[in-house]
Design a protein around this ligand. Structure first.
Ligand code: ADP
Ligand code: MG
Length: 499
């Protein structure tokens, strides 16, 4: 796939434009009931230290046992990233000392990760696309959590996360702007949600990114990078890149040099700060974990993983646009959150049944309704699609009442507002409030005759050539019919009776 984005993003310093180079290491918590090497629960928000087995607490003599579900999820994710799956991989010990790491090492994969090179294609605001390389994906354990804010002089440790399975997904240094990095994280999250291998919930820490940033002059070699640790929202990833790149440019233009180091992003001050320089970097002393056999995947395991994959976001978008006639924009918005796509597809399938028409004839207007009416209402109420007060079934009923002419477009919107207000179905509201659109020509003719008789001046004006007065008559007729006149029929008869 070729990149269609052609305008390079640059930051301007005193010496002219600079290019930003970004590579991301994303840690994604694997969706699994149990931890990577123990059977402890992984649910979020439990009381501290209530989900800790002897293995997670690193009691002497405890042995890790690999959770095959986590392996399955990592392989499925790799497949969804179009990546090379390594049938043979190995777990290594990454040794470091920290209060919330009772083992004194983290079990990770270093030289032989379970997933190799892949790629992600992202849509950019400019309308272009860009393909970003994936270097690798490996499995590793999460550490515990130090709680510094529970006591004035002490630090507490919560081991609930200790041993939880993470996928570390390492990109190539292919991104060139904050926007590309933001689009990459969002797309990766979408893919993980479709696969079901990570819930992508950044607020709960299910996904966080280490952001590597360097700057260079166009065409020059890569500069020295700094790594900003543990950034936990798309917005902060983008902001951190921007301020870090500006900082580096200033240092270089002042005659200084960038030293490779680990930094942290302060979102209140919108700045990055040094945590440790390369000289203080850990020597992790990696070696193969002697308690675990290498991981070997057989054909049946791989076939099963492949067969379990759902339709992925790119394929779904392509189908919505090319098979169903949904606009590019609507398709992009619908696929981004899997729950949105699920809602739309359920709504559409009900519409197909109730209106007895092919999906391709109904998809465009159904998608418009979801994006403008439904999303508008949900936004106003601050609700997610999964909390929608209007089910796909209820929405489809409303659309079919508009499609069969029972409701005009305008009445459809009115009924929709009433549905939100009362929780009642569209048909119940039409019945109860007599909201049916009137298409009966006899009834409409009678109203028009009265409107014409009541407005002789406007009639004279219209006959004298003031065409604009036509809409005055439409307005009067609609008003007399409490908005229930079928607009097309009203227009037709008015033309005939005025002319
Ligand atoms: P390490 O193993 O020391 O973390 P890697 O080579 O694995 O180093 O790179 C880590 C991340 O840094 C990757 O996402 C990679 O794309 C990114 N990266 C490497 N070089 C640069 C650079 N010069 N500028 C920005 N990012 C870089
Ligand atoms: Mg790294």
């Amino acid at each position: 796939m070729s990149d269609t984005n052609t305008t390079p993003y640059t930051l301007t310093g005193t010496t002219g434009p600079w290019e930003i180079v970004v590579g991301l290491e994303v840690h994604a918590q694997v969706t699994s009931k149990a931890k990577l090497f123990s059977s402890s629960d992984t649910s979020f928000g439990a009381e501290p230290n209530t989900q800790v087995s002897f293995v997670d607490a690193a009691m002497p003599g405890m042995l890790p046992v690999i959770n095959s579900e986590c392996v399955h999820q990592a392989v499925r994710t790799g497949m969804a990233l179009g990546a090379k799956i390594n049938n043979w991989s190995r777990f290594d010990r990454k040794n470091y000392f920290y209060a919330d790491l009772p083992q004194g090492y983290q079990i990770s994969q270093f030289q032989y990760p379970i997933v190799g090179e892949g790629e992600i294609t992202v849509d950019l605001e400019s309308g272009g696309t860009k393909t970003i390389g994936i270097e690798r994906l490996h499995l590793e354990q999460d550490a515990g959590k130090s709680l510094h804010d529970q006591h004035p002089t002490r630090t507490y440790v919560d081991l609930n996360r200790s041993g939880v399975a993470l996928m570390e997904i390492v990109s190539k240094p292919d991104m060139r702007s904050p926007e590309e990095a933001g689009a990459y994280v969002r797309k990766l999250r979408t893919i993980l949600q479709y696969v079901g291998s990570c819930d992508g919930n950044m607020e709960e820490g299910s996904m966080r990114a280490d952001v590597n940033v360097s700057v260079r002059k166009a065409g020059a070699e890569f500069g020295t990078r700094c790594e900003i640790k543990n950034v936990n929202s798309v917005r902060f990833v983008m902001a951190a890149i921007e301020v870090e790149a500006r900082r580096q440019i200033e240092v270089i233009e002042d005659g200084g040099t960038i030293h490779q180091e680990t930094r942290t992003y302060d979102n209140v001050k919108n700045e990055t700060r040094s945590l440790r320089s390369k000289e203080d970097a850990h020597d992790y002393r990696y070696f193969p974990d002697p308690d675990l056999l290498p991981l070997e995947l057989d054909e049946a395991f791989l076939a099963d993983a492949q067969a379990s994959l759902p339709e992925l976001p790119d394929a779904k978008k392509h189908r919505l646009i090319h098979d169903l006639g949904v606009s590019d924009y609507n398709a992009s918005v619908l696929i981004t959150e899997k729950a949105n796509a699920d809602y739309f597809e359920e709504l559409l399938s009900v519409c197909v049944k109730t209106q007895n028409k092919p999906a391709a004839e109904l998809a465009r207007s159904a998608s418009n309704w979801v994006l403008s009416d439904l999303f508008g209402a949900l936004n106003a109420q601050g609700k997610a699609i999964t909390e929608s007060p209007i089910s796909p079934l209820a929405g489809a009923e409303l659309l079919s009442l508009v499609a069969d002419g029972t409701l005009s477009g305008r009445l459809g919107k009115e009924v929709f507002a009433l549905m939100l207000e009362t929780g009642k179905s569209a048909s119940a509201l039409v019945e109860e409030r007599g909201l049916k659109q009137v298409s009966d020509t006899g009834a409409i003719e009678a109203v028009i005759a009265k409107v014409i008789a009541d407005n002789p001046e406007q009639l004279a004006g219209y006959k004298a050539g003031k065409d604009k007065l036509f809409s005055f008559f439409v307005g009067q007729v609609m008003k007399a019919m409490a908005g229930k006149g079928n607009p097309a029929v009203v227009n037709d008869i008015l033309k005939r009776m005025l002319g």
